[in-house]
Write a protein that binds this ligand. Structure first.
Ligand SMILES: [Zn+2]
Length: 140
């Protein structure tokens, strides 16, 4: 008999009630609604690492899924809408992991390398302007 297949990722660990924010100095800090910020300085960094490594692992699992292969097979960048070969598309988190986004089907999309790089290096406001310019230029 074949094995049970990929491990189920949902439902085992409830999501942490943590929102990640990036401070001006580049540190990421999690905020929990029930705790005082000053008691969390140490703790939040650990949460950050746990959160990121878990979500990165989930992204790896999603990349191996049939669902993701179907997304790639469509051959379309989610952002600029241009056509690409599946190999030219990468997995992008709409809300980046560093901002508390998760590796869920609702938050990952195929993106071409150009869009992916732009998103990585642009400030959120610049990225919004880029998306806006795509719409204005009539690219769906
Ligand atoms: Zn693109």
């Amino acid at each position: 008999m074949a094995g049970p297949g990929p491990e189920q990722t949902g439902g085992i660990n409830p999501p942490l009630p943590v929102q990640l924010r990036r401070l001006a100095d580049g540190r990421r800090v999690g905020f929990m609604p029930t705790a005082r910020a000053e008691t969390l300085n140490h703790f939040t960094i650990e949460i950050d690492d746990v959160f990121l490594s878990r979500e990165r692992q989930r992204a790896r699992e999603l990349r191996g899924s049939q669902w993701w292969k179907r997304q790639l097979a469509r051959g379309r960048c989610h952002y600029c809408g241009r056509s690409f070969s599946p190999e030219a598309l990468t997995m992008d988190h709409i809300v980046p992991l560093a901002r508390g986004g998760k590796s869920t089907k609702g938050n990952v999309v195929p993106a071409c390398k150009a869009c992916n790089n732009k998103k990585k290096y642009m400030l959120p406001i610049e990225w919004e302007e880029y998306l806006q310019s795509l719409t204005e230029n009539g690219i769906e």
